[in-house]
Design a protein around this ligand. Sequence first.
Ligand code: SAH
Length: 406
Amino acid sequence: MYPSAAVTAAPLATLPTPPPLAASRDLRALLPDELTSWVAAAGAPGFRAEQIFRWLHGHGVQTLEAMTNVPATMREALEHDHPLVPLTQATVQTARDGTRKLAFRTHDGRAIESVLIPDEDAVRNKLTLCISSQVGCAIDCRFCATATLGFGRHLGAGEIVAQVYRATALAGRRPTNLVFMGMGEPLHNFDNVARALALLEHPWGAGFSPRRLTVSTAGLVPGIDKLGALKPAPNLAISLNATTDEIRERIMPINKKWPLAALLDAARRFPLSHGRRVTFEYVLLAGVNDSDADADRLPRLLRGIPAKVNLIPWNPFQGPEFKRPSAERIRTFQERLRKAEVSVYIRSPRGDDIDAACGQLAARELVQMGGARVGAPTLPLPSPPATGVGEQSSPAAHASSSSPRA
Ligand code: SAH
């Protein structure tokens, strides 16, 4: 029913353009004007488009049957033209700090993950959801667990937003912030990510403010420019991770294609609305990029860019020979940046006891469970979603007001 997309290995120099995905017919991926055209072609009244969109993106329904006020004949026609591509929730793991990792299975048996991260300060009531944009990743950063999987395929826009609706149902409320920092490189899957952003922002659906959406990139310069040209543009995060081309190349081979100067120029060009900043993530690797000299070079690199730096102590996983710097080294590094008047924060590794911390998403459980490997032949789908999550979540979770402002 859903033929799987072609799977190609991705040599860095020529990142593949998205293969035509079966998921492009996904009902959940249709923008309001596309749904409006479909409804008009079906000879139905115009209000049906808004009604269907609200079910999908406001209420997060998982089946066509759940759209109880849409006539059965119309649901059948939709099923024929635009079947709802399922994203099956497979497992949920809860960490000691309340972070929850959600593992999903795609229609073609692939494994992806999202992470729900409650704010450490409960009073702020912030709930961040970290979502995936690809099955695996092609970018090959040496310190990242997802990289060890290789590249499987791009996620369709419907599969990207479905993670948000599943997580909303699980949490009982809509996340306040969404970050594209799960599996994959979002700017390598630009068209689907841009479409997902538009779906998430639309007032008929979840109505996220673009200020609450952040796309994080390993540094695909043309993609950064395209993201900046979106109206409205979301927030930009750049995984910088080094202060010289030599070191960055060693840990992020993508730097050979788009070196630091080109990357920082793209950051300078990125349009920022009032008070917004570019976030620079900096994974701290002991003896690699955590020296005083690095801390002194960093502010110079960021000069002229409204910037915020997030220091992420490296989260270990089996394989690469990196080490997390000592707590003292991390503090010293932060202090040096602070003295240079950089806004700098240390990101505590949330959910690390369940491998839900940054860069640890490699869908290990699913890989073991189903014998599925990213990039491996597709698996038969398990029987229909036994998710433990209701088809619709509580009305509170779907209140149509947009998320609170920063
Ligand atoms: N491809 C995108 C988004 C996914 S990675 C990007 O590169 O930004 C999300 C963040 O996790 C990046 O900042 C990356 O540098 C960081 N990261 C990856 N592996 C990590 C690890 N093992 N420990 C800590 N941070 C890691």
